[in-house]
Write a protein of this length. Sequence first.
Length: 594
Amino acid sequence: MSKGDLGKKIGAIVKSKVFLTVILVIVVVGGGYLAIRQLMPTNGKNDGPIYSTYEVKRGDLTVGVEATGSLNPGYGGSIQVPRNTSSSGTANSYIIDKLLAKEGDEVTAGQPIIQLNQPSLKGQLETAREQLASERKSLASLLGVDESEVDNIDPDRGIIMTAPISGRVMDLELKSGAEVKSGQIIATIVDDSRFEMTAKLTPAELNRLQDNYKAAVRFPSYFDGVIKGDIIEINRNAVPTSSKELNSDQGISSSQVDGFEYVYWVTVAFDNPGLVRPEMVGNVGFYDPAEVKEDDDILTLNSKVDWCRYLVAVDKYVQQEEILSRVEGIVTKVNVKMMETVKEGDPIITMAGQDVREEIEKRQDSIREKRSELMDLEAQEGTLTILAPSDGVISELEKKEGATVSDGEWLGSVFQTSDMQMWCNVDETDILLVKQGATVKVTLDALPGQEFQGTVENIASYGKGENGITQFEVYIRVVGSKEIKAGMQAKAYIGADSAENVLLCPLEAIFTEEGQDKVEVLRDNGVVDTVIVELGMMNNRYAEVLSGLEEGDLVITGSTADVLPSQTTPSGGGLLSSNTNEIKTQVIAKNIKY
């Protein structure tokens, strides 16, 4: 290689190194410029870091302790079959006829929730009531008193036999001192103001009888005149009767068969003018009331009546009752005379004696026994509907329809969701902040947006260690609602302390240096001052400032000096606006300072 070629080659190498050096300088200068531009504001001015600030202001501050636990309703009472053991000591059994409520239903105290059935009870009650009423009525009748007086009767007073109806005294033959047997007829009381007869009609007479006709009777053998009356019953079934038993002075009817006549019975009744007695024979007839006038004379009336062929006797007075003695005794007083007119309930005779007293006592005992039996049955009737023991929600219901249950059997429970219970654990570092009677705000994930009020009812006096942490159990009573279900997880915020109209500083502005709490304050001239502050109570967002700051001071909560090159600041200026509610995750302090 010649010297000329060597020189050219060395010159080329030198030029190449110079070029690479220039390129390297350009890269370094350009990269540095870009880095500076990234850290500088976009407006082209380089005024230093941009700060996020918070204006110190006055407000209310609440401090509390958070805890979690499950909600359980207050106990409202048991659902059970009432105990109504009868006087005989026998337990009653029932069938669940119908469930009127189910688990989860909200009920009120006294609301019917279960309908029981005792199939035989209804009939037993009816029988018992009838028997008691009959016993009372019988004794009242025997004593001649009103039923309301039966319970207070003195057995030594004796028995007063009274008139069962109003009427005339008949067949009374007893005198004072006479001995009366059980079942003996004392007297007969007859209401002789009306009497009955049974007319016997031939087939032709029955065919002429209309439903609207009235009855008439005459007793020509005793007195003149015609008595008007009413048809009580028409029996349209033919009754074969021996012609010898039919009272008639007329010839034999063509309907006679083998010495019998077919007749039809019609019962009629008449007002007694005072002369008619049983067994008197008369002639019964029928007439159309539209053809008879009130002022018709006897002859005219006789001509308008269709008189029956057969004569009949007066059967009886419409009403008459015999007075029977139900017990043996001695007549101590006869209160009426034969044929005397009496009213229902008037005394007829008075009886006394050992037998009478024993009879009264026996009947009184029977009444007491019947009453006791009825009370037992009525007590059972009261258990046929089981009522809710309190307001609340049915949490348990063990039996189904058709199941058999007995007196006192437990069937389920009612819980009061308006009175809830919450048990939670609080760390020893916070337990001193929890006071009995403190208000509590309770929230549930299952019911977002709803807040329930509570009160601290009890704080455990000793703690329990778990994983090296001592915790104390706190009992909170909560005013719940029907939407809450037993066992739901809840969050409780227990109010510990509060202050009103105090200076507030956000926690992210506070830092600790050399054992002192400090903040940085941005002054109006852009100068940043570090200020020592005295703090009071604080929660998870703000601290109370006792000294070191004034209302309106701007405390620094962040700056661009803290931002990495790859990050950007929000548009429009600072990191955070001065009225932001965002809280950084940095933990400044946990313990509350006073």
